[in-house]
Ligand binder design. Structure first.
Ligand SMILES: Nc1ncnc2c1ncn2[C@@H]1O[C@H](COP(=O)(O)OP(=O)(O)OP(=O)(O)O)[C@@H](O)[C@H]1O
Length: 253
């Protein structure tokens, strides 16, 4: 098991008192699985990602990553944020190797790996260009390669497509999905977009209103092996959408 959360609880200590963000969150993510988390605004999704990234320590329950308890940031975890956060003054090569440079890991082997990734995913000819010369989709791909450069086992994706317009978003999410699959990474995506969750995931975890508990887990068996864009036209799509939407709506109301 790559991620194992058991009765995870988290309480923020703020000047105004305690804020209970997570009450009882249990689920597993298998190696190589793509799992999404959806839930109402403010229910604790980012808190959960912070705990997985080792940035916040749970107040209760347990969290294991690749068989080991999480007690701080780990190299096994890579993070893809809401915006690509590329540095405009650095070249694409400078951006994708930045993390390696900062950590003192910019070895010939690591560089060869990054060069291979750029080639495999069509960015080799852009290595010396600036981020502003790339399309939104290529920038996201570049951000993903920067994350993959550290050779993480797990990718945490926090609404990585939310800054893109709808059309671009569909194409880019399918592209990012393909790369994550091809590289055999385990992925955990947080999104507000139910359609996006269904089009990308093996399973969707639905969280309740804060303090979060797991409302349900949907295994998208009928969509197994169907690529993201085709999933939206698949006869099973609407059924999954309806049941997830209903669960979110009941708690919003
Ligand atoms: N540092 C903090 N101190 C106190 N409360 C906090 C702190 N950070 C977050 N919270 C509260 O904890 C709850 C969960 O926040 P979190 O950001 O994890 O939710 P979310 O599901 O990611 O939200 P959104 O869907 O809006 O991105 C929210 O009610 C938030 O106001």
């Amino acid at each position: 098991m790559m991620i194992q959360l058991l009765h995870a609880a988290f309480v923020y200590q703020s000047p105004d008192g305690e804020v209970e963000a997570l009450r009882d969150v249990s689920f597993d993510v298998q190696e190589g699985e793509f799992c999404s988390i959806v839930g109402p605004s403010g229910c604790g999704k980012s808190t959960l990602l912070s705990a997985l990234a080792g940035l916040e320590r749970l107040s209760g329950g347990s969290l294991e990553l690749d068989g080991e308890p999480v007690c701080g940031p780990s190299r096994k975890v890579g993070f893809m944020p809401q915006r690509d956060q590329l540095f405009e003054w650095r070249s694409i090569w400078g951006n994708v190797t930045l993390g390696l440079t900062v950590r003192g890991e910019n070895t010939p082997q690591r560089q060869a790996h990054v060069r291979e990734l750029l080639e495999r995913y069509g960015l080799a000819d852009f290595a010396q260009k600036r981020p502003s010369q790339l399309s939104g989709g290529m920038r996201q791909r570049c951000a993903l390669i920067r994350t993959l450069a550290a050779q993480p086992k797990v990718l945490l994706l926090d609404e990585p497509f939310s800054a893109l317009d709808y059309q671009t978003r569909l194409a880019v999410s399918a592209d990012i999905y393909r790369i994550i699959r091809q590289e055999g990474k385990t992925a955990l995506l947080v999104t507000h977009d139910i359609s996006e969750a269904i089009s990308l995931s093996d399973r969707v975890v639905v969280l309740s209103h804060r303090p979060a508990v797991v409302k349900s887990i949907h295994r998208l068996t009928q969509l197994q092996g169907v690529p993201p864009l085709q999933r939206r036209d698949h006869p099973a799509f609407a059924g999954y959408f309806k049941s997830i939407w209903k669960e979110l709506e009941v708690h919003e109301g």
